[in-house]
Structures are given as structure tokens and as C-alpha cells.
Design a protein around this ligand. Structure first.
Ligand SMILES: O=C(O)CC1=CCC(=O)O1
Length: 94
């Protein structure tokens, strides 16, 4: 398994129908929580003061990460920055 940090910046258009907006956000939450329960979405942190999160994924490979990110209900309203993580030589747990 490989770890990735993903920053997601969300920009939902102001003129999006409020019902579609609410439904999409609800689907996003359920999708994320299913993956958190399965262990692939390890952390999700709100970036304080921004409509952004930083998440940690633990997935087998790039293809699985891509599949997860591509499947996000809010995908078309997001920009993302993906960073593959390696063990730091100063990590006392390593
Ligand atoms: O609100 C966000 O940061 C976007 C998001 C990703 C997963 C989730 O539940 O919300």
C-alpha cells in the first residue's frame, strides 16, 4: 500500500441549483465516509478558513487513487494537488 496526501480545493459555482448543491454535498459525504470506513481514506482535515481539505489516502497504487478521486461527486468543482508520501528518515516510528 502507498500513502498519498491530497489537497482538494472546492469551488462550487454560486449559481448552481441549491437542491443539486445539497444533494452533491450529501453524496460526497457518504462517498468519503464509506472509504474512511474501508480504511483507504485515512484522514480528512479541513484547511482552516478555506473550502479546502487535506486528506491522506492509503491505497495500492496510482490507479486506485485516481479511481477514488475521479469518483468524487464534487470532482468537477475541485482542483487537486496530489503528493505521494515516502518515509522520512527522521521518523522515530519507521
Ligand atoms: O468539503 C470538502 O472539503 C470536500 C469533501 C471531500 C470529502 C467530503 O466529505 O467533503
Amino acid at each position: 500500500m502507498s500513502l498519498y496526501a491530497v489537497r482538494m480545493d472546492v469551488a462550487i459555482p454560486d449559481d448552481l441549483d441549491p437542491q443539486i448543491r445539497a444533494e452533491t454535498i450529501a453524496r460526497e459525504k457518504a462517498y468519503s465516509q464509506d472509504l474512511q470506513r474501508s480504511g483507504e481514506w485515512v484522514h480528512i482535515w479541513r484547511c482552516a478558513g478555506q473550502y479546502s481539505n487535506i486528506s491522506i489516502f492509503d491505497v495500492p497504487d496510482n490507479e486506485r487513487l485516481h479511481e477514488i478521486l475521479w469518483g468524487l461527486p464534487l470532482f468537477k468543482y475541485m482542483t487537486m494537488d496530489v503528493t505521494p508520501l515516502a518515509t522520512h528518515p527522521s521518523d522515530i516510528r519507521a
